[in-house]
Design a protein around this ligand. Sequence first.
Ligand code: A3P
Length: 315
Amino acid sequence: NGQTAISPPTEYADIVATLPSIAAIGDSQLLKYQDVWLFIHGVTGVISIQRRFKSRPGDVLLASPPKCGTTWLKALSFATMARAKYPPSDANHPLRRLNPHECVPFMENLFSAGQEAKLEALPSPRLLQTHMHYSVLPRSLADCKIVFVCREPKDMLVSMWHFLQSAGFSFPFSDLFELACQGQNPHGPIWSHLLGYWTASTARPEMVLFLRYEDMLADPVSTVRQLARFMDVPFTAAEEAAGLPVDIVEMCSIDALRELEANKTGKFGLFFKFQHQTFFRKGVVGDWVNYMTPEMARRIDAIVGDKLHGSGLTF
Ligand code: A3P
């Protein structure tokens, strides 16, 4: 698949050996761990997090299915949380020097690689990021404040296909689509990822903020205000008057980020490597029409609609 192979972690090999697996996504294997389909590094990362993660008061967890706006949420949350130290006017702002994934750690990668000590070095309050389903979070993480972002599933799948293609995985879109319909796409099933956080957010809205990528695109400034309130750092009247929420949105816009040297070059990932630039593709709603027939759209809409039925969550 064009990736430089790094051996999967051997820790937990006994557990991994017992898991159901399928050959999917080119020649890669997906494993089913606690009802979630993951690449092997994801599995070992999750197990390690479940056993070893130690929370700190004030931790905020950014959660999402992949390709739903994680990078953007990381940038907006980091800029909002760190604005006292790094105002968006700072020409040397970390988000102008680094890819957003270098500003907010991806938990599964760190724990899978045994690098979790890096989390200890972070100042409080920490921002952490995961693609874990709510159902597999250890208690220590489920009790943190959580911001979850999701996206219309068809657009998410199209984004995921492009992302994997650009990382050297070669397979037709229809393969990913079929996997998704069966709940077997990477990090799937889509519906259980959504429902876990949706249910938690309706039960404890002060602890779990449920965002949608489409709403963020429609009104990013309101999203930044919402994030600030949720993270207990609301914008003051003076900050509002100075235009800080707008400045943060502009600094974190896809056009601004895409043009930075840090995002034009470099790679992200410990096991799979993804070019930074592949995180900034189109950033629009409705790109699925260019990749799915109306029949495919009806099929996945019906499956997802059926699974979400009665929850109050619709797309
Ligand atoms: P597309 O592939 O549809 O363009 P993730 O960060 O979870 O991997 O999600 C990636 C998706 O978010 C991509 O969608 C990407 O273009 C979009 N994206 C990245 N940065 C963005 C930003 N600053 N504003 C809006 N969308 C962004």
